[in-house]
Ligand binder design. Structure first.
Ligand code: C5P
Length: 209
């Protein structure tokens, strides 16, 4: 019997990480957030004085270890941009590909990212594409970063611009761009809370079995 692999793709801050983690808990599968791999490469490059947008990150991508991935400081704006930069490099993507495939080989998993249903696991059992408008995504990112702090127009505009820039870089890069796999089911999360997104995803997973 083949293992269950659920691919969860979508743009930044659409809720795919939250969904993938909850789905993995309910289904009893391991979860891999592949964005962390690109973030960890960007962090190491910045620490070594390299520019993630321009310098070659392949050697560092091959040397990533568990400690790099467990860092608590991977979700800051500088690393958001750096990760999107290193993710355009074919050598970095190739270095991380086998690692992602090995993760789910034995017992399956819920894997989230940008190219999971298109490149990493084109034969995944279920493919979900989770998305929301840029404004909804910026609001969610603001709450993640600042909790209940009052919402400032300037702060929200800056985050919306950052998210739009990352979307552009992710969607237009020549290697493994962010795009919906033809056989992925889209979940629009603008009007859904995380429990409703999970319920919808479970319906889709169960219908596929
Ligand atoms: O998902 P997250 O926002 O943590 O991803 C950080 C960056 O890593 C994304 O903007 C994207 O450029 C890159 N990424 C990717 N392919 C993946 C996961 C993330 O290119 N599978």
């Amino acid at each position: 019997m083949s293992v269950l692999i659920v691919a969860v793709d979508g743009p930044a801050a659409a809720g795919k990480g939250t969904l993938a983690k909850a789905l993995a808990d309910v289904l009893g599968l391991p979860h891999l957030d592949t964005g962390l791999l690109y973030r960890a490469v960007a962090r190491r490059m910045i620490l070594e004085g390299l520019d993630p947008q321009r310098d070659d990150g392949e050697a560092l991508a091959r040397r990533l270890d568990q400690a790099d991935l467990a860092r608590a400081d991977l979700r800051v704006p500088e690393i958001d941009r750096g990760a999107s930069g290193v993710a355009t490099q074919p050598g970095v993507r190739a270095a991380l590909l086998q690692r992602q495939r090995d993760f789910a080989r034995a017992s399956g998993g819920v894997i989230d990212g940008r190219d999971i249903g298109t490149v990493v696991f084109p034969d995944a059992s279920v493919k979900l594409f989770v998305t929301a408008s840029p404004r909804t995504r910026a609001l969610r990112r603001f709450r993640q970063l600042h909790g209940d702090a009052p919402l400032s127009d300037a702060g929200l505009t800056a985050l919306t611009d950052d998210i739009a820039a990352r979307d552009r870089q992710d969607e237009t890069r020549p290697v493994s761009p962010l795009k919906r796999a033809e056989d992925a089911v889209v979940i629009e999360t603008d009007a859904l809370d995380s429990a409703a997104v999970l319920a919808r995803a479970l319906e889709i997973v169960r219908a596929s079995q």
